[in-house]
Ligand binder design. Structure first.
Ligand code: SF4
Length: 386
């Protein structure tokens, strides 16, 4: 395509975005082309970002819990897993889990993000019990737990339906579901990354069922490894299609691949340019998902800040005890203070707003930081006030 054709094609897409018309697969592939200036794609994504979320930059106060790293699977991109008899393998005790709940509550966390390995010897009841234990002792914390891969494993363990597992977990205290395990849906890539774990159909079906019973979930895409632009756009289209049917996804998180200590360590990690283009294209393609998150742990602080001008409106949380990406070589800090995260956002010109897991405003007691109440859904803040 020569420059004149390129300009004309970009104008066509810009007109569509300005008139809130949905982009096609071909539009997405065009925007992925390195010949299309990144700044222009970013400016277009920023238009949508500000239309949907004004000038706000969301964050939360959260902690992670990875109850075990022992896993029956061997995904090629995973640096976290351990074999059963490997000295690095662990499974947390009830006391350790409760101590995490206490620490989270004392530090004002509104959310605990719980994911881990599929342990060869731990029954479904062990996973259910830890949710129940945390919920009965620390009921205010949203337990955002279990990826679709784990739910699929519980289905296998219990021989019950997805709906039964989700309802049983909800009864135990599950609040919502994270979006991990999506990786790349296209079988050309998925089969090379993780051929044995929950397939694309299972992942989408689990999220569909979660939405149907009223659970809110997140969605992700792991990029920057074996996939091509076509696979990324295909992935976004599949998420968009499910969202059209259920409306249950709250936020999309593009996850940058970290190769260190994985079976793909011969690959380079994605550049900041790729990170920002993926962020912007995701914002433009996913017209029916309200929020796009720049996960600072994986992107690094500078790229995450810049991403707030390239389509992202959320930067994730203060985060304690992140293991999965630090095992894969992430060099970001393991924790940010509230002041640090608010500064990161406000330095970009955005207005920091603390939200909870399901995107309600959080109000804190000015005299006692750890005491908080849930406010209105953030989407109700009028665009003019944003
Ligand atoms: S990504 Fe998850 S399922 Fe795959 S090996 Fe790692 S812990 Fe196991």
């Amino acid at each position: 395509m020569n420059q004149t054709e390129l300009n004309a094609r970009f104008r066509e897409i810009r007109d569509k975005v300005e008139s809130e018309e949905r982009l096609t697969m071909d539009d997405g592939l065009f925007l992925e082309d390195p010949q299309v200036p990144l700044q222009e794609v970013g400016a277009l994504a920023n238009l949508v970002r500000e239309r949907k979320n004004g000038n706000l930059g969301y964050y939360n106060i959260n902690t992670h819990l990875n109850p075990t790293n022992v896993c029956v699977y061997r995904c090629r991109f995973c640096a976290f897993r351990s074999d059963l008899r490997d000295p690095k393998g662990y499974a947390m005790t009830d006391e350790q889990i409760l101590a995490r709940g206490k620490e989270a509550t004392e530090n004002g966390c509104t959310e605990m993000h719980i994911v881990g390995g599929l342990h060869h010897q731990r029954p479904y009841e062990w996973y259910r019990n830890l949710i129940s234990l945390l919920n009965s002792n620390y009921p205010q914390i949203d337990l955002k737990a279990w990826t679709a891969v784990e739910i699929n494993w519980f289905e296998f363990q219990t021989k019950k339906s997805v709906q039964w597992v989700l309802e049983d977990m909800r009864e135990a205290g599950l609040g919502s579901m994270p979006g991990g395990g999506a990786e790349i849906f296209h079988p050309e890539i998925r089969d090379q990354l993780c051929e044995h774990k929950a397939n694309t159909h299972a992942w989408l079906d689990i999220h569909r069922t979660a939405h149907e019973i009223g659970l809110r979930t997140n969605c992700t895409m792991l990029y920057g490894h074996l996939e091509k632009a076509y696979h990324r756009i295909d992935h976004l289209m599949r998420l968009r299609e499910l969202q059209d049917q259920t409306g249950g996804f709250q936020v999309f998180i593009p996850l940058a691949f970290h190769p260190e200590n994985t079976k793909l360590d011969h690959l380079k990690k994605p550049s900041a340019i790729m990170d920002l283009r993926t962020m912007a294209v995701s914002r433009l393609m996913l017209d029916n998902i309200q929020h796009i998150k720049a996960y600072w742990i994986m992107l690094g602080l500078g790229t995450a800040q810049t991403a707030l001008q390239y389509g992202a409106d959320d930067i994730d949380g203060t985060v304690r005890h992140e293991l999965i990406y630090h095992d894969a070589g992430a060099t970001t800090p393991e924790f940010l203070s509230v002041d640090q995260i608010r500064h990161l956002i406000s330095e970009t010109g955005r207005k920091p707003v603390e939200r909870d897991t399901t995107y309600h405003e959080v109000h804190r007691d000015p005299n006692h930081f750890a005491t908080w109440t849930r406010g209105e859904p953030v989407d109700k803040i009028s665009v003019s006030a944003k």
